[in-house]
Design a binder for this molecule. Sequence first.
Ligand code: ADP
Ligand code: MG
Length: 203
Amino acid sequence: MTNSTDDQPIIELVNLIKTYGLLPVLRKINLQIFRGEFVALLGPNGSGKSTTLRLLTGLTRPTAGRILVGGWEVPGEVAAVRAQIGLVSHKSLLYENLTARENLNFFGSLYNIPRNKLKEQIDHILEQVNLADRGNDLVRTYSRGMQQRLSIARALLHGPHVLLFDEPYTGLDQSAAATLDGLLQNARQAHHTIILATHQLNR
Ligand code: ADP
Ligand code: MG
């Protein structure tokens, strides 16, 4: 779902200001990102990376300025914006007492994916993140790396074009990091637009 054409930016921040009380976090950010670009937000802890990603997904409101994704604006058109965005954050947003499949079923229903299509999509996505054989196990029995892979599956489930990754390598073991490398590479080859926030240059 998009309102824009290829010569327009897929993401546009205009004079974006965010303050928490008296604390200025983002001071008039202007940024344009075009389809298929891979952008790194690099900065120390507390510099406002997570806040920027949360603003893009409508999880927090701008103090002033505009945020447009595919021509749609948050917070006013948040559903149209969220349909285009998948956010992978270090808070996994998963339900530990549900299985992986139950989690994905729940999140899929939030995006109004038709039932038969959802089942197919869940099978496909569990394959992609190497969890096909553990799909019926409770999430609380998962390692940190498996939970991270499932949280990536959750973010990709509704087929969003824009992918946001917030410190995705934090706490991953080597094999989970390698899976994430592969997923990022696939996403780039498929011309997804990717923003990756990190405080370290080497992962
Ligand atoms: P980063 O992701 O780059 O580490 P954050 O966006 O998490 O930075 O935080 C930027 C600043 O905003 C920090 O000073 C943080 O303490 C503050 N902050 C973040 N979220 C909130 C909040 N919900 N309430 C108050 N202050 C916040
Ligand atoms: Mg952060």
